[in-house]
Design a protein around this ligand. Structure first.
Ligand SMILES: Nc1ncnc2c1ncn2[C@@H]1O[C@H](COP(=O)(O)OP(=O)(O)OP(=O)(O)O)[C@@H](O)[C@H]1O
Ligand SMILES: [Mg+2]
Length: 270
């Protein structure tokens, strides 16, 4: 559904994105992780047709993201990393404006979404808190029930309760067959929602892995040799290990967060 092929935008001084390629299948939720300045937003802006590829290309549902950007933008649900609104409107006015712009009638999911995210949109946008603005962006991105959702750090500014609600929401949308690209800094958020995760560092995609594979791969076992069998018995008991004479074998599970931190720092992991 989403294909990115050798996408490159060189901002100079080593900044930008370089030869980024990955794809997101229909019905799949793909997590796009990486440290600040890694290139997530730059990649996503190409998908929306806000940036023209210098080299490489990207397509959504067979349409070229640059040449067919009007068609694509009308179909997608998109949450930008940095939100800017027409500040002088109230939330209510802005949402109505977006409904009219998209020619939505009774099929609009606006009311349902406002209730779900517990938002009263009557205040002026410029007086809204960061979290309230983020909720407005969520409602706008999803009111037309798009088949493809592209979210750039959608939960920044949301409190933990709302972040949880958002995760539930994503998982419900996923069950409804949506294709979702989710950029995030939050390991838990991607772990609880995504099928595959790509990690970008310094503008380069360093790894793409199914979440399940990452989970399975990182169960490690260690064998420790103690001075006496008595010590080994005590050690095995304390650490739920398996004893064999003075040797005790224990298994330890590396958390996904540990794995991500390794990738973030650019360390090799085996
Ligand atoms: N218009 C631009 N001109 C020059 N450099 C830019 C421009 N836009 C982005 N960059 C640089 O490209 C790199 C990637 O930025 P990008 O916004 O894509 O990162 P990000 O992964 O979204 O980071 P964050 O997690 O902080 O949102 C950064 O070093 C940034 O400074
Ligand atoms: Mg960003």
């Amino acid at each position: 559904m989403i294909t990115i092929d050798s996408l490159t935008r060189d901002y100079g001084a080593g900044k930008g994105i370089f030869d980024v390629s990955f794809s997101v299948d229909k019905g799949e939720t793909f997590g796009f992780l990486g440290p600040n300045g890694a290139g997530k937003t730059t990649t996503i802006r190409h998908l929306l047709g806000f940036l023209k590829p210098v080299s490489g290309k990207c397509e959504i549902n067979g349409l070229d993201c640059w040449a067919d950007r009007d068609k694509i933008q009308a179909k997608l649900g998109y949450i930008p990393g940095e939100i800017s609104f027409f500040d002088d409107m109230t939330g209510t006015e802005y949402l109505r404006f977006m409904e009219q712009y998209r020619k939505l009638g009774t099929e609009s999911r606006k009311e349902e979404l406002l209730t779900f995210f517990q938002l009263d949109p009557q205040a002026k946008l410029k007086k809204m808190s960061k979290g309230m603005k983020q909720k407005i962006a969520l409602v706008v991105a999803m009111m037309h029930d798009p088949a493809i959702l592209i979210f750039d750090e959608p939960t920044s500014g949301l409190d933990p309760l709302m972040q949880n609600k958002f995760i539930d929401f994503i998982n419900t949308e996923k069950k409804r067959g949506k294709t979702i690209l989710l950029s995030s800094h939050m390991f838990e958020e991607v772990e609880r929602t995504c099928d595959r995760i790509g990690i970008i560092r310094n503008g380069r995609l360093v790894t793409v892995n199914p979440v399940q594979e990452l989970r399975n791969r990182h169960i490690r076992s260690y064998t420790v040799t103690l001075e006496t069998e008595e010590l080994a018995t005590a050690f095995a008991k304390d650490f739920y290990g398996t004893q064999n004479g003075r040797n005790v074998t224990v298994t330890a599970k590396q958390s996904l967060e540990d794995i991500f931190i390794h990738y973030y720092r650019g360390e090799q992991i085996d």
